[in-house]
Ligand binder design. Structure first.
Ligand code: HPA
Length: 272
């Protein structure tokens, strides 16, 4: 099956399960899945029950597609995502984001856990992503262009919508939640970085590093969807931190700040 055939099948299946037309799509990163408890949930579908979706393999990612509301805003939420390091082709990694786009969302809100190395960063801080540097060594749009999805050479000048960044800043300030703004460097993982890699990322202007987000943001931009993204700095990056990095630390920090994160996200989706 071609990508378009698969997308058509999946979108057709979802439309047969719910009449809800989501305006906003949300991708929840590691340990940030509790946001759905703030929603009035209409339908929860495990990835395994959706044609052409593949269940995630990482701890802290549950793997559900959820339709619901916050106030009167219709949302579709990915609780858990697929990563390139799991061995999936990029086309599989971005498939859920493309499905959300074809369900008619206007805005995609992407969240993730990231290692921080910007000045003054601490574990538990948030960072609004202003731009990214793709160091994954590939791109989800490689291969023949699917013109039904977008152009061959998509513009990425404003991959992260400026207006949405301003709204996000306002909300963090009004909630008195400390935040950073900066560039996210996307890598494949699954190893954490070496201290020398982190020095290089800092020298090219980055403030955070992670193993997700870049593919979905590229796919959404291809489709002309407005994007905003927020990182939870779950740990200081290698060499900045005195400690060795562990996935347990990442999920623990995400859990600690989950409440603040949910407050932000709840107000954000209501205001955009
Ligand atoms: N590096 C890469 N990805 C991450 C990190 C990190 O330090 N923390 C959470 N995701």
């Amino acid at each position: 099956m071609t990508v378009i055939e698969k997308l058509t099948e999946t979108v057709g299946f979802l439309k047969s399960r719910t009449k809800m037309k989501p305006r906003i799509g949300v991708i929840l990163g590691s340990g940030l899945g509790h946001f759905v408890q703030h929603m009035e949930v209409e339908l929860t579908l495990p990835f395994g029950d959706i044609p052409n979706f593949i269940p995630p393999t990482v701890d802290g990612h549950s793997g559900n597609l959820i339709f619901g509301k916050i106030g009167d805003v219709n949302l579709v939420v990915l609780q858990g995502r697929l990563h390139y390091y799991e061995g999936h082709p990029m086309e599989t990694v971005v498939f859920p984001a493309r499905v959300m786009a074809l369900l008619g969302i206007e805005i995609l809100v992407v969240t993730n856990s990231a290692g921080g190395y910007g000045e003054g960063m601490n574990a538990g801080d948030f960072m609004i992503i202003e731009d990214h540097i793709n160091l994954m060594g590939t791109n989800p749009l490689m291969g023949p262009n699917v013109k039904e999805l977008g152009p061959r050479f998509p513009d990425m000048t404003e991959a992260y919508d400026r207006e949405l960044i301003i709204i996000a800043e306002r909300i963090f300030r009004s909630q008195k939640t400390f935040f950073h703004k900066g560039i996210y460097v996307g890598v494949t993982g699954p190893t954490y970085e070496t201290p020398s890699e982190i020095k290089m990322f800092k020298s090219i202007g980055g403030k955070a590093v992670g193993m997700s987000t870049v593919p979905e943001v590229i796919a959404a931009n291809h489709l002309g969807i407005r994007v905003t993204a927020v990182s939870c700095i779950t740990n200081l990056a290698a060499g900045v931190s005195q400690n060795k990095l562990t996935h347990a630390e990442v999920t623990e920090t995400a859990k600690k700040v989950e409440q603040k994160f949910c407050s932000f996200l709840t107000e954000f989706v209501a205001k955009i």
